[in-house]
Ligand binder design. Sequence first.
Ligand SMILES: [Fe+2]
Length: 139
Amino acid sequence: MMWKERYRVGVDLIDEQHMELFKRLSNFIQIVQNDIPWEKKMGEVQETLDFMADYVVYHFDDEEKLQAEINYPDIEIHKEAHRVFKEGINDYVKIFEQGEFTEEKIKEFSAKLMAWLIMHVGKMDQKIGQYVREKGGQA
Ligand SMILES: [Fe+2]
């Protein structure tokens, strides 16, 4: 599990969704690193791509809803980061659909997902938590 306590935002719904994303990603990375033929990993790749494409949209929508509810000042910057990531996933979905998914592409995809999740959840989403805590403190 790649989840760390310091990734916690302090909003249960968001934290649970983040944990689910990390859980899926660590499973995926384990499979990518497993010593089984690449052709046999394609089903898992397809599944992970489908999951990420659906769940990430669902999670981002919830996160953006939360930001709107609490009048989070950086909501537009945050939405833009989400948009770029969704586009990134869709690029891989397209590559997969075109049958151009190679071992190299799978490794690249898992590494990008990991880097992005750690960066985004570990940094950008933390600011939401900080804002919630500060606002809570003022009330
Ligand atoms: Fe986010």
